[in-house]
Design a protein around this ligand. Structure first.
Ligand SMILES: [Zn+2]
Length: 96
């Protein structure tokens, strides 16, 4: 096995290990997007990308943080279920 083979293997592994930041599934094709909510660079699968989804956890973090925009910033995401997973509950986003 030469170095080239090793490099190829690593690249292949990397590619198959890539998960969508929203639905957490392994996908062959991911598209980069800067999160509108957190500013983080995300890799999204085509489906989540086209639906303009954000990670569920990111919506919760922003909703709970007045500094990051609070509930107003994510209202549309919550109302239109623009994330993957269970419906976000009030207990998850309201301050304790
Ligand atoms: Zn996805």
């Amino acid at each position: 096995m030469n170095l080239n083979t090793l490099e190829t293997m690593e690249l292949t592994t990397m590619r198959t290990d890539m998960k969508c930041a929203v639905c957490d599934k392994h996908k062959a094709q991911l598209k980069p997007r800067k999160s509108k909510l957190t500013g983080a660079n995300l890799l999204l699968c085509v489906s989540c990308f086209e639906k303009k989804f954000e990670p569920r956890w990111a919506i919760i973090v922003v909703a709970r943080s007045p500094k990051m925009g609070g509930l107003v910033a994510v209202r549309d995401y919550i109302r239109n279920h623009r994330y993957v997973g269970e419906k976000i509950r009030a207990e998850e986003i309201l301050p304790r």
